[in-house]
Design a protein around this ligand. Sequence first.
Ligand SMILES: [Cu+2]
Length: 95
Amino acid sequence: MRKMIMFAVLVGLAGLPSIALAQMVDGEVTKVDESAGKLTIKHGPIKKFDMDGMTMVFRANDAAMLKQVKPGDKIKFEADKVNGQFTVVKIEKSK
Ligand SMILES: [Cu+2]
């Protein structure tokens, strides 16, 4: 019986939407390229990509993001790999 419960708990956890496990990463916008739909971000470590802090270019998932931020802004963001490209899927300014 106990094993059954453990199993149910594990299956339940695995089924959690990925958003619950999403890691918001600290960063600073260094460049916004609206025509290319890209942002350059100096970011902290991103565990899910096994990536240390660095400055790199991300595709913006949504063009509106590019109007939301400007170089020098401190942000928190969530990145994902979309069609093999590092993509910002969520962004917010840090307070
Ligand atoms: Cu990086």
